[in-house]
Design a protein around this ligand. Structure first.
Ligand SMILES: Cc1cc2nc3c(=O)[nH]c(=O)nc-3n(C[C@H](O)[C@H](O)[C@H](O)COP(=O)(O)O)c2cc1C
Length: 261
């Protein structure tokens, strides 16, 4: 059983490859929340995995809240639990934070990975989408890495830690990331240019926390925005922006270039 969250499709693609590789069910965290499902039964010998993007060197809020409510039946002391985070550059102590959350419900991800994928964060002056060649390079590396990750999970190998933590991971997660997640994960800055919006409704459909209604879109400020930027990146006319900063930024989602061919 694999629980996953993905804003722009990177983590969904990674989680899909693993689910296929190990033959286990893939469950979307936003769908589980929508369905009010927080109790799950493990089959005998079934592994449990968590996949999500790194957000501000931490676990996205939606995943932390989901884990806090999670109840697993038939979990035993030998249940193999693993975690994977995708990131644009590095994770800091994201997986230590994951394990703090998991410990509170009697679990521990004994084997953890990060997979570097194309950048999706574009709301700070120095943050941009990757150029095409870097995007391709990251995905090709990820493909190779996934073969290896799948074989580790298949064999339930414990104690593996393959993480791109970056320099000073504690500083990034507990100081910069703490500030980022407390102050900068907000839907207050999203805006739409009604003259550019083609009223396709894609943003409302793609929002994993149902925080957008109508055409042109309105953010209902339901307190659940995790700033995944799906609404920004999937907008076909770049009508959605996050303040002024993203007006000249690129847009990215997994397979966007394939869709545009
Ligand atoms: C709000 C936000 C914060 C992010 N923070 C980080 C970060 O701290 N470190 C990093 O390397 N990438 C960071 N990224 C980039 C994403 O982790 C990366 O692009 C990821 O693969 C996106 O996954 P997704 O397509 O499944 O949403 C961030 C992206 C967003 C939207």
């Amino acid at each position: 059983m694999i629980f996953y969250f993905s804003g722009t499709g990177n983590t969904r693609w990674v989680a899909e490859q693993i689910a296929k590789g190990i033959g286990e069910a893939l469950l979307s965290i936003p769908d589980m929340i929508r369905e009010g499902r927080n109790e799950f039964e493990l089959r005998e010998g079934e592994r449990i995995g968590f996949c999500f993007p790194t957000h501000g060197w931490q676990v996205p809020r939606i995943c932390r809240n989901f884990i806090r409510q999670l109840s697993l039946k038939n979990k035993t002391s030998t249940t193999f639990c693993w975690g994977l985070t995708t990131c644009g550059d590095n994770t800091g102590e994201t997986m230590t934070i994951l394990n703090k959350e998991l410990q509170a419900i009697g679990l521990q991800a004994e084997t953890v990975f990060s997979v570097v994928m194309p950048e999706s964060y574009v709301c700070l002056p120095f943050m941009k989408t990757d150029p095409e060649d870097r995007e391709r390079w990251k995905i090709e590396n990820a493909e190779r890495q996934l073969y290896h990750i799948i074989s580790i999970i298949k064999d339930c190998k414990r104690g593996i830690e393959e993480l791109e933590k970056g320099a000073t991971p504690r500083l990034y997660s507990y100081v910069i990331g703490a500030y980022f997640n407390a102050r900068m994960v907000t839907d207050k800055k999203f805006m739409v240019d009604p003259d550019v919006c083609i009223q396709c409704g894609k943003c409302a459909k793609i929002c994993p926390v149902d925080n957008i209604k109508g055409t042109p879109p309105k953010w209902i400020h339901n307190g659940r925005c995790t700033c995944c930027l799906a609404c920004y990146h999937y907008c076909p006319t770049h009508a959605i922006n996050y303040g002024k900063i993203t007006r000249k930024r690129g847009q990215y989602y997994f397979n966007k270039r394939v869709d545009q061919r």
